[in-house]
Write a protein that binds this ligand. Structure first.
Ligand code: ATP
Ligand code: MG
Length: 493
C-alpha cells in the first residue's frame, strides 16, 4: 500500500498554513494601507481646496476680482482637474479653469451636494472614464467682502474643486504589486527553507532507518543505525539498535538450541533405529525362552521353591517382551483405522481394564461424560491405548492412592478427554521432556508410553496438553477434532 509520504504530507500542510497566514496578513495589510492612502489623499484635496479658497479671498479683498478667471486657469496642475465657481441660486458657472464652461449650468450632483451638505466634505464621483475627488465649498459674504458686495446675500458663490484620483490609483496599484511580490517571496523562501529543513532533519534519517530495516529484513542483523545527532532521532536510533542487539542475541540462542535439538533428534533417530533392530533380533529368542520356561515350570511340584524363581524369571521375560513391543510400536508409523465410535464406550472399556488395579491401589475414579457429544471418526484400539497409558501413568503417580477424574466434554470444534490425578505431579522443567522417547522416571518404564500416545493423537489430527503442579497432581487433556473429515476439508480451504 503506497500513500502520500510523510514528507509530502508535512510539507503540504505547512505550505497550506503558510499560504493562509501570509495571504491573510498581506490582504489585511493591503486593505489598511489603501485606507491610509485614501485618507491621506482626501486630506490633500481638503488642503488644496482651502488654499484655493484663501487665494480667492485674497484676490477679492485686494479688489482684483477681474483676475479671478486667470487665477483659476493657472491652478490646473498635474492632478487638479478643474476649479470653478458657480452661482449659489441659479447654478450658473461664473468662472472656471475651463473657460468654455463659463455661463453654463453646474452639474446637478454638485448643486445637490451644495444644498444638502451640512459641512463641505470630499466626495468621490466619476466623470466619463475618470474617478475624481470633489469638494463643493460655499464662499460666504464675510464682513471684509461686504465693503463691495452690499446686497446682503449670505453666499457670494460656490467653489467647486475637482482633483484627479489617478495618483491615488497609481499608489494603490504599486502598493498592491509590492505587497503581492513581498508575500510571494516570503512564502516561497519560508516554504523552501521548511522543505529543506524537513528533508534534512526528518526525511533523511527516516529514509536511512527504512534502509537499515530493509537490510535487517534480508537477515543481516549486524547492520546498525548510526547517527551523530543528539535529539529524538538519536533516541530512536538507540532503541532500534538495542532492539537489533536483542534480536541478534535471541537468534544466536535459537540457532544454538536448534543445533542442539537437531543433534539430539539425530541421536534419538539412530538410537531408535538401533533399538528397533535389536528388538527385532531379540523378540524371537525371548519368545523361545518364555515358551521353554513355561514348559519347565509345569515339571515342578506346586510346593517346589524353584517354581517361584522360574515364575519371577517369567515376569521379567514379560517385561522384556513389553519393552520390545513398545519399541517396535514406536518405530512403526501410526496408521489409524478409523471407524465411527463413541468416546464413552472407549473410556468405559479402558476403565474396566484398570478397575482391579485401582481398587488395589485405593484409587477413587470419577467419570463424567457430555451426552451431547456425537460419534467420532477414530481408531478405537489406538485411542484406548492412549487413554490406558495416561491412566496407568496417573496410577503410577499415586502409589498411596488418590483421585482420578475423567471428564469427556465437547468444546467448539473438538472433543476433549481430560484425565486428572492427585499424584506427585511433574516439575515445570520436566514437562517438556515427558513426550521425548525413553524419558522415564520409573524403574520399570521404557519412556515410550507418552511419545507413542502423542504420535497416535497427532495422526488423528489432535493434540495432548499437560498441566501439572508438583505435589498436587496433573491433568492430561487429549483434544480430538469432532469430525476429522470436516477438519481436513477446513484445512484444504
Ligand atoms: N500423571 C503423571 N504424573 C506424574 N508424572 C507423570 C505422569 N504421567 C507421566 N509422567 C512422567 O512422564 C514420564 C514418561 O511417561 P511415559 O508414559 O512416556 O513413560 P513411562 O510411563 O515412564 O513408561 P512406559 O513406556 O511404560 O509408559 C513418566 O516416567 C513420569 O515421570
Ligand atoms: Mg507410561
Amino acid at each position: 500500500m503506497t500513500g502520500i509520504s510523510l514528507k509530502w504530507k508535512y510539507i503540504g500542510l505547512t505550505f497550506l498554513i503558510l499560504l493562509c497566514v501570509i495571504g491573510g496578513f498581506s490582504y489585511y495589510n493591503l486593505k489598511y494601507q489603501e485606507k491610509l492612502i485614501r485618507e491621506d489623499d482626501i486630506e490633500r484635496v481638503r488642503l488644496i481646496s482651502d488654499i484655493i479658497k484663501n487665494g480667492l479671498y485674497t484676490i477679492m479683498l485686494e479688489g482684483r476680482g477681474k483676475e479671478f478667471q486667470n487665477f483659476l486657469e493657472t491652478l490646473i496642475a498635474e492632478d487638479i482637474e478643474e476649479v470653478r465657481i458657480f452661482h449659489p441660486v441659479t447654478g450658473e458657472i461664473l468662472a472656471s479653469s475651463v473657460r468654455k464652461e463659463i455661463g453654463k449650468q453646474i452639474y446637478k450632483t454638485d448643486m445637490e451636494r451644495f444644498k444638502t451638505q451640512a459641512f463641505p466634505s470630499v466626495f468621490i464621483h466619476s466623470k466619463g472614464q475618470k474617478t475624481l475627488y470633489s469638494m463643493v465649498i460655499p464662499i460666504p459674504n464675510e464682513k471684509p467682502c461686504q465693503r463691495c458686495h452690499k446686497d446682503g446675500k449670505p453666499i457670494r458663490g460656490v467653489l467647486d474643486v475637482e482633483v484627479s484620483m489617478r495618483k491615488t490609483h497609481e499608489r494603490i496599484t504599486e502598493l498592491r504589486n509590492r505587497t503581492i511580490a513581498f508575500s510571494l517571496l516570503t512564502f516561497f523562501s519560508l516554504a523552501a527553507a521548511l522543505a529543506v529543513m524537513t528533508t534534512l532533519l526528518i526525511n533523511k534519517p527516516i529514509d536511512r532507518l527504512i534502509m537499515t530495516m530493509k537490510e535487517v529484513e534480508t537477515g543481516n542483523l549486524d547492520v546498525r543505525f548510526i547517527t551523530k545527532r543528539r535529539d529524538e532521532i538519536r533516541k530512536l536510533a538507540d532503541s532500534f539498535n538495542s532492539m537489533l542487539d536483542e534480536l541478534k542475541r535471541t537468534q544466536e540462542e535459537l540457532n544454538r538450541c536448534h543445533v542442539e535439538e537437531m543433534k539430539r533428534i539425530e541421536k534419538m533417530a539412530t538410537l531408535g533405529e538401533l533399538a528397533s533392530a535389536i528388538a527385532h533380533e531379540i523378540k524371537n529368542p525371548i519368545a523361545g525362552i518364555s515358551g521353554a520356561m513355561q514348559v519347565l515350570v509345569e515339571d515342578f511340584e506346586d510346593n517346589d521353591p524353584r517354581k517361584e524363581t522360574i515364575e519371577e524369571v517369567l515376569k521379567e521375560i514379560d517385561r522384556l517382551d513389553k519393552i520390545i513391543r513398545d519399541l517396535l510400536n514406536f518405530a512403526k508409523p501410526v496408521d489409524p483405522k478409523v471407524i465411527e465410535v463413541d468416546l464413552k464406550s472407549i473410556v468405559e472399556k479402558s476403565l474396566s481394564l484398570v478397575k482391579n488395579q485401582a481398587q488395589k491401589q485405593n484409587i477413587d475414579i470419577t467419570f463424567r461424560y457430555d451426552e451431547s457429544l456425537d460419534m467420532l471418526q477414530l481408531d478405537p484400539q489406538q485411542i484406548q491405548q492412549v487413554i490406558l497409558n495416561i491412566i496407568l501413568n496417573a496410577f503410577h503417580a499415586m502409589p498411596e492412592g488418590g483421585q482420578l477424574v475423567i471428564d469427556v466434554k465437547k468444546t467448539d470444534h473438538h472433543a476433549e478427554i481430560s484425565i486428572s490425578d492427585t499424584g506427585v505431579g511433574i516439575k515445570q522443567e520436566d514437562l517438556k521432556k515427558i513426550f521425548r522417547p525413553f524419558y522415564t522416571t520409573r524403574h520399570s518404564g521404557t519412556g515410550l508410553g507418552l511419545p507413542i500416545s502423542s504420535n497416535i493423537i497427532e495422526a488423528h489430527g489432535g493434540e495432548i496438553k499437560v498441566e501439572s503442579t508438583p505435589g498436587l497432581g496433573s491433568t492430561f487433556r487429549i483434544i480430538l477434532p469432532i469430525n476429522k473429515k470436516e477438519k481436513e476439508d477446513r484445512e484444504e480451504i
